[in-house]
Design a binder for this molecule. Sequence first.
Ligand code: SAM
Length: 322
Amino acid sequence: MIVDRQGRRFRNLRVSLTAACNYACTYCVPDGKRLVAAQDELSADALVRGVAYLVEAAGIERLRITGGEPLVSPRLEGFLAGVAKLGLDDISLTTNGQLLARKLALLQEAGIRRLNVSLDSLDPEAFRRIARGGDLAGVLDGMEQARAAGMAIKVNMVPMRGHNLDQVVPLLDYCLERGFELRFIELMRMGHLARDNNAFLQQFVSLDQLLALIGQRHAFEQAQRPVDATALRYRIPGKGHFGVIANESVPFCRACSRLRLSSTGWLHGCLSSSNRHFVADLFDKPRHQALPALQRLLVRALADKQDVAFSGDVMVMKVIGG
Ligand code: SAM
């Protein structure tokens, strides 16, 4: 097992199935152009072999499929079929929900029981302004269908001043009524926001500001959370829970157990580091050659983690796999 001086190790793997996305969210994509899939994205089989090797080499316990938008990828079906056979404790998926209704049966057949759906506003116009695409009604319909099918759903919202602060309470109420757990993600200094501090600071909403806003509507108390969880959790008695991933206000670097694999075969040990390690060539090698080489790279990827605080990076989230 590869462990660093702070006792951290990789337990959670996030695989970006594709960098392509049907949205171009303002906080994620600098120029508003929707990203297409890179020419050199790996096949579903190569990604599955890679996941299998990483599970063994790093001791991965949980897998999250992300992107880009994983549901737009033609590799989704093959990848799901492959990883379903790996015997992982937990496989979940992060999606913008636009194609959820269409892909739900496929996800269920592959044994996916947990979804994170990104949703920044319940106002159709604000929704489209932030996502620069998409259709709110389709997302809500997909979530309802997934709920009816018994999926556990967490909703990700990035609260931003000037964009969707008025949506914090409506979205929280919407989630509480339906048994979805809303997780607010503090805006991160990623991509263009790492270069433009003014733009970042103008939009950034801190944990304290967020809790003050919620406190005007609901009484809440802090709740227990797993040791390596990135989200602070709060209980609204009799109604449910919500979480806050407070990268800036309460950095969780000391407990981070995330490893990311991009769709083009690069390992990222930390979102706050431009360092990355090419591993796609190892996925074609036999196990006895691949594992020792992977372990050497995993040591380097683990050393990329920040010691204390999240500082962001110029890399674009959807390329790394958010
Ligand atoms: N397309 C999928 C989705 O929309 O959930 C998966 C990829 S998306 C990059 C994953 C998550 O990253 C989303 O919840 C999105 O809100 C978040 N994200 C992207 N850029 C961000 C930023 N600068 N700050 C905070 N969250 C960000």
